[in-house]
Ligand binder design. Structure first.
Ligand SMILES: C[S@@+](CC[C@H](N)C(=O)[O-])C[C@H]1O[C@@H](n2cnc3c(N)ncnc32)[C@H](O)[C@@H]1O
Length: 311
């Protein structure tokens, strides 16, 4: 029996990005917004996880499910049972209400519908009923949105968290670098997940402000340093490269290519973000693109940010 059910949600334009991250986290192909697995991630690990159920029991027959849950002797003060909708199987609203009531008799303790301290969820996936402890997705990653220093080049927090997940996947020991870290948006997300990450930026002013951002959230500010990618000596498992482009920091096409080449020397794997298709330049630097997606601003525009996974 699988131990966890995850439910994903996102605006249509983020589907491919969610699929890319899903592959890294769950080592599987993304096919549906519901996923049964034994992999245990915190519900706020990904911006796309809307809910998670720690599964207690699964059964095709609802009455059997009730007796199985009954035998677990679960006991909660102030609990509530909800029906978690999913895109695979539709159950009529009245039936969901009745089933929630029925299963709540199998749980000891006291019901509190208005201010529950614990939420138990049931759902029907294809022909199977599932019951377990419910976790609602909380956007804890949003706290870094309020970093004191930012600039127009800064990545949005949702993308930064997703890049970290694509880079680290299920490996907590991975060594990550953001060699052009700007204000440290990606570094902050890595640190929030307890990962081994450091950042560099060529600009004295920017790296100094990035340090202040880390310090503001209680992290070690010296994880950010003013060093050009061309001078980095250490080697990392993965680099997250938000390539400088000609906006706040003037840069030529040649310099962009040199940055990708220097990136090749410092990492085994690179997750790269660009504003235009740079697959040719990535390949020329000696990387192999194993996955990619275009993250558009809205469903209806053609342009957006390219995300490449390269080895
Ligand atoms: C697109 S910005 C990164 C933004 C960052 N992801 C954020 O969210 O704040 C690119 C950064 O690369 C830095 N940069 C440019 N050339 C560099 C080099 N040779 N080595 C390291 N950093 C460099 C720039 O100063 C700029 O801050």
């Amino acid at each position: 029996m699988k131990k966890f059910l995850y439910v994903f949600n996102y605006p249509p334009e983020d589907r491919d990005l969610c699929a890319l991250e899903f592959k890294a986290l769950f080592k599987d192909k993304y096919v549906s917004k519901c996923y049964l697995t034994n992999k245990d991630y915190s519900v706020d690990r990904s911006v796309f996880i809307k809910a998670k159920i720690d599964i207690w029991q699964i059964d095709k027959d609802f009455d059997n499910l009730i007796s199985k849950v009954d035998k677990l002797h679960k006991n909660y003060v102030d609990f509530k049972v909800i029906y978690l909708k999913n895109e695979i199987t539709h159950v009529e609203y009245q039936e969901t209400l009745q089933k929630c009531k029925d299963i709540s008799w199998a749980i000891e303790g006291s019901v509190n519908m208005s201010k529950p301290k614990h939420v138990i969820a049931i759902t029907k996936l294809a022909d199977k009923w599932i019951c377990g402890y419910y976790h609602h997705g909380v956007p804890s990653w949003k706290k870094h949105d309020k970093k004191p220093h930012t600039f127009s080049n800064s990545l949005d927090i949702r993308l930064a968290r997703t890049l970290i997940n694509i880079a680290a996947g299920d490996n907590e020991k991975i060594r990550i670098v953001d060699p052009c870290c700007g204000m440290g948006t990606v570094v902050l997300e890595g640190l929030a997940l307890g990962l081994d990450i450091e950042g560099f930026d060529i600009s004295r002013e920017i790296s100094w402000l990035a340090r202040k951002n880390l310090k503001y959230f209680g992290y070690d500010e010296y994880l950010i340093n003013k060093v050009s990618i061309h001078d980095l000596q250490k080697h990392y498992d993965v680099a997250i490269m938000d390539i400088p482009y000609n906006l706040y920091t003037p840069i030529t096409y040649q310099e962009q290519c040199q940055i990708i080449q220097s990136s090749r020397k410092i990492c085994d794997k690179m997750i790269m973000v660009t504003f235009e298709n740079m697959s040719k330049e990535i390949n020329q630097a000696g990387f192999l693109i194993i996955d990619s997606c275009l993250r558009k601003k809205t469903e209806y525009v053609k342009f957006g940010r390219y995300i490449y996974v390269c080895i």
